[in-house]
Structure formats: C-alpha cells, structure tokens
Design a binder for this molecule. Structure first.
Ligand code: ADP
Ligand code: F6P
Length: 542
C-alpha cells in the first residue's frame, strides 16, 4: 500500500494527536500489560496508518507510575510509526478526561445537555491538559510535518501550539457530532473553543449536518468570522487567518474486513455460533456501553417485537455485545444497571425451554470472534440515539460476504443517511417502528436481502478509511498554512509542508444521498417492489 504522505505530496510526516493511543497500558497483579484500546477512532486510525510512518501522540490510558515508555517502545517496534505518550495525573484523568471531555462535551455534542456537569474546575484542567498535548506535539513536529489532531478532547491544542511557535500546518477532525447553536450555546466556554478551533488550517466533520451546525454556531456566537464559499470546501476567515471546513465521512478498511471475514476459521466459528444459539433469526448489537448508543431503547423495541409478533417467539434471538466504557462516570454506571435489568426482565418474560431471547456479552471481543458474530448475524441492529458515524454498521456490511444479512440503522447516526439506500433506517426512539423493522427484516426474501446488502457493500467499499485520510490531507489548501496569520484569500504557492496542491472532492453525506458526483454513482437502487434496479452505470460499463 502507498504511503499517504506520497499521495498528498507532503514533505514531512503526519503527526497524529489523539487523547488515546491505539494501545492501552493496563495494571494487573504482576505489573502492567499492553492491550488494544476500544472505540471507532482507534479502529479507523489503526487501519489507515498501518503502512504510514510518522508519530502518534496520545495518552496510554493509565495513571502515572506505570512503566509506560518501555512498553510503548515495544509496541512501536511492530508499527511503522512511533508511539509517544502524554502522561496524565490522577486529577487530570478525573477532571479532563472523565470530567470536561466526557461529562460536558460528550453529552452536549450528542444533544443531551441535561446529562452535563458544567463544573468550572473541569474547564481549568481541560485548558491545562490541552497545553500539555500542545507542548509534546510542538517538541515532536518539524515545519515539514502535518499535525492531525483528533476529537473533542483536544479542541484547544491549535492555539497552544501556535503560541509555542509551531508553524507546521494543522488539521482537526471531529469524530463525534457537532450540535446546533441552541445546544452549543449552553456551554459556558463556547467562544474560546470556537476561536481556538479556527486556529487549525482544516477542520473536518463526519456529515454536512455537523458542518452546517458549526457554521450556524459561528454565525450566532462569533459573527466576526466570515464564511466564504470555496471549492471544494468552504473557508472561514477570522483575523487574517483562514480555515477550510469540510465533510469527510469516516470509513473502515473494507478489503481487510472482507478478507478476514472470509477466512475458514471465521466461517466455522460463525457456524458454531449459529448452531449453539437456538432460533432461526440472529439479531446482533455491538457497542461500547454508552448511553448515546440507545441500548435500553433497543431492548425495549425487541421486547415490543416479541409482544406484538408472538410467532417470532422461539425463532428470533438478540445477541447484544457491549464493551465496558468510562466506568468511573456515574451516568455509565447507571446505564450498566439499566441494561442488565432490562435483559433479565425480557428473558424472564419470554424464555422457553430451548430458547433464551437475549444473550448479553459484556466484554471486549477479539477481532476473530467479532467477525464470527458479524457473519453469523441475520440482522445488524445499530440504533444509536446520536452518533458521529458508527463504524459497527460498516463493519457488519463488510463482514457480510454471504450477502444474507439486513442492516437496520438509526437515522441519527452519520451512517444512517450514508447507508440509507440499502439499509432499513429507523428512529431509535420509535420502539414501534424498530419492532416493525425487525419483523420486516426477519421475514424479508433472500433476494431483497442480497440486493440491499450488495448496495451497502458497494458504498462501504467506496468510502473506505484510506479515502477518508487521503481526502482530509488533500483538503489542506494551497498558499501559506492558512491558519497562520497573514495568509490572504488570494495567496498562492505552497504551504510549508506540502509540495503542491491537490484537490479531491470528498462527497459529504448529503451528496451521497442527493447530488451524486460522477465518481460515485450508485449503479443500483432498491425499488418500492423491493427489486434491485439499475439506475446508472459507471463510465465504460455496458
Ligand atoms: P465509538 O467510536 O463511539 O465506540 P463506533 O461504532 O464508531 O463507535 O466504533 C466502535 C468500535 O469498537 C468498532 O470498531 C467496533 O468493532 C468496536 N467494538 C465495539 N464493541 C466491541 C466489543 N464488545 N468487542 C470488540 N470490539 C468492539
Ligand atoms: O469515537 C468517539 C470516541 O470518543 C473516541 O474519541 C474515543 O477514543 C472512543 O470513542 C472511545 O472512548 P474512550 O476513549 O473514552 O474510551
């Protein structure tokens, strides 16, 4: 595979900066060991960076006192990039990570302001930790590098790095949604966050909806920031700086998921899962145990299905896999109790000899086991209340090499609008609609299932993680690094780290759904009669 730095004519390296490193150092009785971190950010970046040199800066998920460096050095030896850790004190973990990031920004950006704990001390520590990340990155970067900062934990790092004299171009990608102005304005520190974000040269969002929300927040809260149309992406001008804002829906390494899912080991594991689970239809949910994922709502919808369609009893089984997440935060502790109570209530109400309706797995699955479940499933049930993208939906499609599974996806996940041509799209708050969708999927003809899944796999293949990375890097405009002062709108020439400009339009979610660019034409659609229809052909095809 080609190095992205070659594809984009970047002179130096890509420096990834995220709160979490792809590995996690976990204490155990005999010392500490290295584990894989969980979450979509790590899944996507690890896959995309498998062949890239550079540096990945982040927190190793542990408190000080652990021997992090030798373990990271060892983990770096199996990768083409170096892992560099930012160490956090216990107080910083509590007030920056659990506090500001996950008790304020996470619920607020997922449109759940009543879950926020606006503790002013959290803000102090958030600023301090962002300066810390900025300092470590400033020490690692040269002006030929491209610094790519990820996610809501690190929204103030651009100003920290600019103050430290960093002149390298900098981009920021928000993996989670960006809320509309009525929600965002509740944040007491809204202005400094917007101002600091505008010190990046490029800001990327998962969907056009998120990008539009960001612009609406600027217009309401920072009217001095001018929005200028640009091709392919609009730009924001503030105090002589320009920032490109684009939509870059994240993807997965489709080919790798497909290849691994096709392995004979996975095939036999998946057959074994089906053999052991009674019932004809296997429904699968896979999530971090997070209140944004809509797990209680999903269980209630499944219960409604069993109540409304008694013929499904004994025939349909839900396997809900959750990976423990952010367990020190009260909202997450309550969620676990709520989910486990619902599972036991449903099983208590419906279990019969030889059939248990809900199988609940509370642990991180290895890749092979996860793929075996994806392949075994007849229905992928992905119903977050709100989600930036949701990679589980895409992984399910990539693993469906037999094209017999049906995807049910929430309209409030980035993946919903993107996959709507082949999936059944639902409102996760409408239990009745979700129950009906489950019944529809469970009784669908093999032909309709195959047609839908073909369409989905084509979209997921096309919008893969490699394309996401390439299009983000190529959004870096010509001219000086636009985030630096003095970059004028008509400047030309090359930004310091890029040899010359390349443009690639990355269609946003809205484009996929409406005005399709020539390089991404779906060749088929599902008609009202559930038949697959050819609606356009790629150039050169009969
Ligand atoms: P988020 O980033 O909010 O966690 P995504 O759906 O985008 O949501 O990504 C979740 C990632 O974590 C996926 O790559 C998925 O395969 C993985 N994952 C989720 N639950 C589990 C689990 N129980 N075991 C292993 N991997 C999991
Ligand atoms: O994809 C969203 C995200 O919040 C990532 O930023 C994060 O790494 C992941 O989910 C898992 O969450 P955490 O790092 O809090 O375990």
């Amino acid at each position: 595979m080609t190095d992205f730095t070659t594809m984009t004519d970047l002179k130096g390296r890509v420096i990834n900066v995220s709160n979490r490193l792809p590995v996690l150092i976990r204490k155990h009785a005999g010392g500490a060991r290295v584990e894989r971190s969980s979450g979509g950010l790590v899944t996507a970046l690890e896959a995309g960076w498998r062949h890239q040199r550079g540096v990945w800066i982040g927190w190793a998920g542990t408190s000080p006192g652990q021997h992090v460096e030798p373990l990271l050095l060892k983990a770096s030896q199996t990768r083409p990039y170096t892992l560099r850790s930012v160490s956090l004190t216990e107080d910083e973990i509590a007030k920056f990570y659990s506090g500001f990031a996950n008790e304020i920004i996470w619920p607020l950006f997922h449109d759940m302001p009543s879950r926020c704990n606006f503790d002013p001390e959290y803000w102090e520590i958030y600023q301090r930790v962002n300066r810390k990340f900025g300092k470590v990155t400033a020490e690692a970067a040269t002006e030929d590098d491209f610094i790519w900062v990820h996610d809501y934990h690190l929204m103030l790092t651009a100003s920290a790095m600019r103050q430290a004299g960093v002149s390298a171009p900098m981009g920021f990608f928000l993996h989670i949604p960006f809320p509309g102005p009525d929600v965002f304005e509740k944040l007491p520190w809204k202005k400094p966050i917007l101002q600091s974000l505008l010190e990046f040269d490029v800001i990327g969002f998962q969907s056009d909806h998120d990008r539009t929300n960001f612009v609406a927040c600027l217009q309401r809260l920072l009217p001095e920031a001018a929005v200028e149309p640009g091709t392919p992406h609009p730009q924001i001008r503030l105090e002589g700086r320009r920032t490109v804002i684009g939509t870059f829906p994240i993807g997965i390494d489709f080919e790798e998921f497909t290849r691994q899912a096709a392995g004979t080991d996975i095939e036999s594991q998946s057959a074994e899962i089906r053999r052991r689970l009674s019932g004809d239809t296997l429904v699968l949910g896979v999530d971090r145990l997070d209140y944004t994922k809509g797990i209680p709502e999903r269980l209630k919808s499944f219960r409604l299905l069993l109540r409304r369609f008694p013929k499904q009893r004994g025939h349909i089984t839900l396997v809900q896999v959750v990976v423990p997440s952010r367990e020190e935060i009260p909202n997450y502790k309550h969620l676990r109790r709520e989910v486990e109570l619902l599972v036991s209530q449903i099983n208590g109400e419906f279990t019969e000899p030889g059939w248990v309706p809900v199988h609940y797995i509370h642990r991180n699955l290895g890749r092979d086991e996860l793929l075996a479940y994806y392949r075994a499933a007849d229905i992928g049930l992905v119903t977050p209340l709100k989600d930036g993208m949701n990679l589980v939906a895409k992984e399910f499609c990539a693993a469906q090499i037999d094209e017999r599974g049906v995807l049910i996806v929430s309209e409030f996940a980035g993946a919903g609008p993107e996959l709507r041509s082949g999936a059944i799209v639902v409102n996760p708050n409408d239990f009745s609609e979700v129950a009906q969708a489950l019944h529809h999927a469970a009784t669908m003809t093999a032909e309709e299932k195959r047609n839908r899944m073909r369409l989905l796999r084509e979209i997921v293949r096309e919008h893969n993680v490699q394309r996401w990375i390439r299009s983000f890097l190529q959004a870096m405009p010509a001219g000086e690094p636009v985030g630096s002062k003095g970059g004028g709108a008509n400047d030309s020439g090359s930004p310091s780290a890029f040899k010359h400009r390349r443009d690639e339009t990355m269609p946003g979610v809205a484009l996929v759904a409406t005005a399709l660019p020539p390089h991404f034409r779906p060749r088929y659609e599902i008609g009202k009669d559930a038949k697959l229809r050819v609606i356009a052909r790629a150039a050169g095809e009969d």
